[in-house]
Design a protein around this ligand. Structure first.
Ligand SMILES: Nc1ncnc2c1ncn2[C@@H]1O[C@H](COP(=O)(O)OP(=O)(O)OP(=O)(O)O)[C@@H](O)[C@H]1O
Length: 227
């Protein structure tokens, strides 16, 4: 069996996330069900304050839901204690943020090697190959200050794949990019999702890039619905 068929992606079942209580209670996620299979990229759109970032935070084990279950690669995150959850997240969840979130002092290749060092695990593909897969082989020795926004985003995507995560969570990856680069980045995310068999959830305001995704869902008032 390949790694793809043994993994189970992401499953959120009846997830609710509430902040505060009484009159001031805010329900950020309201009985959300979401299953993303390995090799599938799902886009989440929706108005500001609808709960999109909350969904990513809960799916990645950064925030515990008030109720419901979150299963990543077959493990129920709600069953893990703090330290175990942090370890699990490090080894199984990849995050890609708006601007790449790279370490300024490190070259592109060293951003990837740092993850190998921190996790103590060798990447499934060597860092050089991961950089080549995102079209950054020629820029391996450059630091973020010498890269464009799109290039930084590519390195961020390669870095998120180092630990061979079950789940890739992507927040507004095209916010800092022009139209052409936005298409390139989301096409790349979709290709890597399919090639690596990772279950990807991407939050975006950019309706232009939705064509590259396997499924589009809309979040309104903490609820998810098909578009
Ligand atoms: N730590 C918190 N404490 C209290 N309320 C919060 C907290 N985090 C988020 N919220 C509230 O939960 C709701 C959902 O917020 P969330 O950031 O998930 O929305 P979003 O769809 O990502 O918005 P945007 O598109 O503006 O980033 C909002 O009403 C927000 O004010």
């Amino acid at each position: 069996m390949t790694a793809t068929t043994t993994r189970t992606g992401l499953a959120l079942s009846d997830v609710t996330l509430a902040f505060g209580d009484g009159d001031s209670q805010v329900v950020a996620l309201d009985h959300v069900d979401l299953t993303v299979t390995p090799g599938e990229i799902v886009a989440i759109v929706g108005p500001s304050g609808a709960g999109k970032s909350s969904l990513l935070a809960v799916a990645g084990g950064l925030t515990r839901p008030t109720s419901g279950s979150v299963v990543v690669g077959g493990t129920d995150l709600t069953s893990l204690s703090g330290a175990a959850l942090a370890r699990f997240r490090r080894d199984n969840v990849g995050f890609v943020f708006q601007s790449g979130n790279l370490v300024p002092a490190l070259t592109a290749i060293d951003q990837l090697r740092l993850v190998e060092k921190i996790t103590g695990r060798r990447a499934v593909k060597p860092p050089v190959q991961l950089l080549a897969a995102v079209g950054m082989a020629d820029h391996a020795k450059r630091r973020p200050g010498k890269l464009s926004g799109g290039e930084r985003q590519r390195v961020g995507i390669a870095r998120a794949l180092v630990a061979s995560p079950s789940v890739l969570l992507v927040d507004e990856p095209t916010a800092a990019l022009d139209r052409r680069r936005s298409h390139e980045i989301v096409e790349l995310l979709a290709r890597q999702t399919h090639d690596f068999g990772v279950a990807t959830v991407m939050v975006t305001h950019d309706h232009d890039v939705l064509e590259h995704c396997d499924r589009v869902l809309e979040m309104v008032d903490g609820r998810l619905a098909a578009v």
